[in-house]
Write a protein that binds this ligand. Structure first.
Ligand SMILES: C[S@@+](CC[C@H](N)C(=O)[O-])C[C@H]1O[C@@H](n2cnc3c(N)ncnc32)[C@H](O)[C@@H]1O
Length: 351
């Protein structure tokens, strides 16, 4: 049994019942447009642990964890201390659990773990980089699925498991917007998902340049990000929540809507054969996926409360914040709100 098999089994076959939700994919090859559609898989129930934040205004403390890495503690949560990294979410057990669960939800909602046409290459054995790997759920699952390939995860913080891991998986700490510590043309395939709250505008340019450098000619890059502005049929509570986060992001030079920009940014970085897929996933309606995605969305916002309260002091009150988020969920259910996800893949030219 693999390291993450018990967690993976939360999505066991026995409860599979087809959801009525249809996810539309739009494909775009350099100059042409195609469309296809697919249906979301529903899943078994996953409960998101409640966040332990009780007070957003307590002071900040620096401590090293058992591995010696320095973290800072603010309002009861653990954060990175790297002044050159813009990432705003905590790095503690509760957030790690959320990111693990999010992986299984996204795999089911998008119906795959990757979008680029790399299956044969992965089966034969290639070098893969998981950029901003976090707790490495994707890296581990892919490592177990494709034992002939070698997987390297990189993250700015030591959030990945250092000791217990498949033999074909390695990790390194590094800021992808500065220097990815691998020689030119090291990887056949690069995967990067959910960096939208981690990279500033200029970080995106530098990171794509670095990723281009370490990718082999002919190799593929796969990027997956949500589009925070494309909330269809959202109610006023959810709009205000999204807008607050967008303002906080802008104040930190983090692009509030990176997903629709990925195609242009990849093109500018030199990538070719760019394909864009868009999936509108329901929030809190339409079956199991909608329910699970809402749980993740709610959990993510609970973990963002410290930073949200810096912009809206009413969010310092836990009960008021929870009530606001609960209201967002009710609105989403009634209005049938959908959240748009982008998967964009591209190739480094052969010469
Ligand atoms: C939301 S987690 C996503 C983890 C993983 N990609 C996934 O989809 O499960 C984002 C991760 O990006 C990392 N990150 C943010 N900025 C980074 C940077 N400049 N360089 C490397 N990693 C970064 C964070 O530390 C965090 O672990």
């Amino acid at each position: 049994m693999g390291v993450f098999s018990p967690l993976k089994n939360l999505f066991g076959q026995k409860e599979i019942e087809r959801s009525s939700t249809t996810i539309k994919y739009e494909k775009r090859h350099s100059n042409s447009k195609q469309s296809s559609s697919s249906t979301a898989h529903p899943n078994t129930k996953i409960t998101s642990p409640r966040t332990n934040v009780s007070n957003t205004s307590s002071s900040s403390k620096r401590k090293s964890d058992h591995s010696g890495y320095i973290f800072q503690y603010k309002h009861g949560r653990k954060y990175h201390t790297n002044a050159e990294v813009a990432y705003v979410l905590p790095h503690d057990d509760d957030e790690t659990d959320r990111v693990h669960e999010q992986h299984w939800i996204l795999s089911a909602a998008l119906q795959c773990n990757y979008h680029a046409p790399v299956t044969e290459m992965l089966e034969k054995g290639i070098m893969v980089l998981d950029s901003g790997c976090g707790p490495a759920t994707w890296t581990f699952e892919m490592g177990e699925t494709y034992p002939r390939s070698k997987f390297h995860g990189i993250d700015a913080s030591c959030v990945f498991p250092e000791d217990i891991k498949p033999a074909n998986v390695e990790f390194v700490i590094g800021n992808i917007a500065k220097k990815i510590p691998y020689p030119d043309s090291s990887f056949d395939y690069i995967h990067q998902r959910l960096l939208f709250l981690g990279l500033t505008d200029s970080d995106w340019d530098s990171a794509l340049k670095e990723l281009y450098r370490v990718l082999k000619p002919g190799g593929y890059i796969d990027l997956v990000e949500p589009d925070f502005h494309a909330l269809f049929l959202a109610g006023p509570c959810m709009f205000s929540l999204q807008n607050t986060l967008a303002e906080i992001s802008k104040a930190r030079s983090i692009p509030p809507a990176i997903a629709p920009e990925l195609e242009d940014r990849l093109f500018k970085a030199g990538f070719k054969n760019i394909v864009v897929r868009k999936a509108d996933i329901p929030l809190n309606h339409g079956g199991k996926i909608g329910e699970l995605l809402w749980n993740d969305y709610r959990h993510a916002y609970m973990n963002l409360r410290g930073i949200m309260a810096t912009s809206d002091p009413t969010f310092e009150n836990l009960k008021a914040y929870e009530a606001h988020i609960h209201q967002c969920g009710e609105e989403a259910k009634q209005s049938k709100t959908c959240f748009r996800w982008y998967a964009v893949y591209a190739q480094k030219p052969l010469n």
